[in-house]
Design a protein around this ligand. Structure first.
Ligand code: UDP
Length: 315
């Protein structure tokens, strides 16, 4: 059996990756310090022999027995609300955590996959964003803690590739969403769906004219694992190129849920990117990957999940 280490394995994307790797026959070790992840995300996995959970902060040395074939580094606060609340932990997990996980991959001869982000493009001056665009990031603004941590992590991964011939993959993830996106983590999809569920006002920041391109989690995970399997070294965008304004998203949520909520306008966070859309030409060419779940269907599935969790008393 191949064996994978997933850091951030109790988080949103990490837990989906663990589940999918297990279903593809991998043994999986999830490592998480539970800062923003939760054991609820993996409670169906913990009884499995092929799954192990280690509560650990990957900014400290990582010790794992046995063979390792892949290290997937997904540990990090990823929602603006979380990384603004934990600025130093975010910088540390992107720097020290990436160093430690690269060291683990090097010591075990494993392939390394880094969870990077569309935030490396900052507030992009080029649209849509292709992997060869270097970005427009404010290094000293509040969002810089996440953007620069991920940019540093990419640089570190490529340095390990060049200096140590480590087999590295870098996925740039664009606004993924779906079941297990924590209620209250502050991201726009979870906020709007839970606000609609509670018939509370939908909080649009700014005038809602800023755009994002939302990728349903099953598509995202399929793309990430295709990248892991591929020979592509270097960053690759995995996202859904359908672009929506935040106001359009709010209106779609109201239409799909039938909620009575009004839309209210709150202040725009500092350095909030005005537009974001992946160019996925590279992923299409190299992986033959394209997203399959459109926003309407993805929101419907995610809303159903929140409703079921609510019935179980979990959110
Ligand atoms: N946003 C919003 N209302 C919310 C949460 C977020 O209008 O309740 C906006 C936010 O300002 C940004 C977009 O939605 O323009 C996406 O925000 P999110 O925090 O989901 O992720 P980001 O893409 O900014 O990392």
């Amino acid at each position: 059996m191949p064996r994978a280490i997933v850091t951030g394995g109790a988080g949103f994307l990490g837990s989906h990756l663990c589940r999918e790797l297990l279903s593809r026959g991998w043994d999986v070790v999830a490592i998480d310090n539970l800062l923003t992840g939760t054991l609820d995300n993996i409670d169906d996995l913990r009884a499995l022999d092929r799954f192990e959970f280690i509560e650990h902060d990957v900014t400290e040395e990582i010790l794992v027995d046995g063979t390792v074939d892949a290290v997937l580094h997904f540990a990090s606060p990823a929602s603006p609300r979380d990384y603004l609340e934990h600025p130093i932990k975010t910088l540390k997990v992107g720097s020290l955590g990436t160093h430690n996980t690269l060291g683990l991959a090097k010591a075990t001869g494993a392939r390394f996959l880094l969870a990077s982000t569309s935030e490396v493009y900052g507030d992009p001056l080029v649209h849509p964003q292709r992997e060869d665009y270097w970005g427009n990031v404010n290094p000293v603004g509040p969002r810089g803690v996440y953007d620069e941590a991920k940019r540093f992590a990419e640089a570190m991964a490529m340095a390990y590739h060049r200096a140590h011939d480590l087999d590295v993959r870098i996925v740039r993830i664009f606004n993924s969403y779906g079941p297990f996106l924590r209620q209250g983590d502050g991201r726009v999809v979870s906020n709007f769906l839970v606000q609609a569920l509670d018939d509370k006002p939908l909080t649009v920041y700014g005038d809602g004219g800023q755009t994002r391109s939302f990728c349903y989690v099953d598509d995202e995970v399929r793309g990430i694992l295709a990248l892991l399997d591929s020979d592509w070294v270097g960053p690759m965008n995995i996202g859904n190129p359908d672009e929506f304004t935040v106001l359009e998203l709010a209106q779609l949520v109201l239409e799909l849920t039938g909620a009575d909520s009004e839309i209210v306008f709150d202040p725009l966070p500092v350095d909030d990117p005005t537009r974001r859309r992946p160019d996925i030409g590279l992923a299409e060419r190299v992986l033959g990957w394209r997203p399959e779940v459109d926003l309407r269907e993805g929101l419907r599935r995610t809303y159903e999940w929140y409703r079921r969790e609510r019935e179980r008393g979990r959110v």
